[in-house]
Design a protein around this ligand. Sequence first.
Ligand SMILES: Cc1cc2nc3c(=O)[nH]c(=O)nc-3n(C[C@H](O)[C@H](O)[C@H](O)COP(=O)(O)OP(=O)(O)OC[C@H]3O[C@@H](n4cnc5c(N)ncnc54)[C@H](O)[C@@H]3O)c2cc1C
Length: 393
Amino acid sequence: MMLGFLLARAGVEVVVLEKHADFLRDFRGDTVHPSTLEVMHELGLLEEFLKLPHDEVRQLGGQIGADFLQLADFSHLPTRCKFIALVPQWDFLDFLADHARQYPTFKLIMQAEVLDVITEGGRIAGVEARTPDGDLEVRADLTIGADGRGSIVRDRAGLETQKFGAPMDVLWFRLSRKASDGEQTLGRIVDGKMMVMLNRGDYWQCGYLIRKDEFENIKARGLDQFRADVASVAPFVADRTSELGDWQPIRLLTVRIDRLAKWFRPGLLCIGDAAHAMSPIGGVGINLAIQDAVAAANILGDRLSRNTVSIADLERVQLRREFPTRMTQGLQIILQNNVINRVLGDPDFRLPSVMKLFNRWPFLRRIPARIVGIGFRPEHVRTRSADYADFTD
Ligand SMILES: Cc1cc2nc3c(=O)[nH]c(=O)nc-3n(C[C@H](O)[C@H](O)[C@H](O)COP(=O)(O)OP(=O)(O)OC[C@H]3O[C@@H](n4cnc5c(N)ncnc54)[C@H](O)[C@@H]3O)c2cc1C
């Protein structure tokens, strides 16, 4: 959606296909980081964006057994917004779609599920999709695969994926929040269990980590046991675990980390999770996808409006974004293998003493804040708005 918006804004004709009828789903995380807010500012949309109902997270912390660790402090970042905005992703996408629709070259087709790519003479020439009104063929000078972790586009285009595995999955659910609970968005590690709790005003969005493929066993042990497990990680919600009346509101989110060896083919470029599925660690996936979109628009925008995109241009997008992707995924892999893998099921897990320095020396909290909030190689909007661009040639 972001790339569609940026390209339409630059005067390029764009069609965005979305398989669902709306963006109203709860599985993608809501963390809009300072890097993304900076992009919104550069687009002149920040003020309006922040009028959407949102919560602001200025610090991240973790309860690890008896110790509380202050891990990240965003207040020193060299960005306009020194916080993470928690905005439901459907609001964010609706916001972008509404703004994109203001450009005559933008078209969004909902309930259009891409089933295959069209290949002509070794080049991807568009996609075939299914809609309630029948089959649809969209031909394009450039097809962008931005269809997420289960990307059909990358599969059908035969792009090779490197898989890095993940030791955990996440159970995703809500519990109501009381003023007495405290404010801070935080991770909790207690007795071999781990849960992340995002403060969403009147409720907590909870991500309870389980070992990969354990969900069926957890279900077999029964809901009472699960409620007790949740209460043992976060005792202050023990009085509310009965809100989990059955398994229905508890969604299993499977975690995977992978990356395409090559993000492109003639006529095709993959970005976001379609090019590199991100773990939820750090809540960076949405923001990396946005950064990919900005980089792709910067590199390809002018060329697309002149229809002169070459394979070298597509390669430039990968070269630009591969480094931040590798670095971020590398950190996620280190954390999942050395912390999460050890934490799950080990009631004796204790915070490594070196980590306690974060509590003693507040300036250390600026490092994770920078990695999470801005990331490696932040992108800035270089495309112009078509109103000002010179499209005479
Ligand atoms: C458990 C879990 C929690 C996470 N939490 C966070 C978090 O808090 N913060 C964060 O930043 N990241 C989080 N992530 C990662 C984040 O969800 C992704 O990195 C991010 O959504 C990638 O954005 P994307 O646009 O590439 O793909 P997606 O957000 O997956 O969007 C793909 C879009 O394509 C559509 N689509 C799919 N297939 C087709 C098709 N065949 N035809 C047409 N349309 C199609 C989908 O409906 C969807 O709208 C989490 C991931 C997991 C697994």
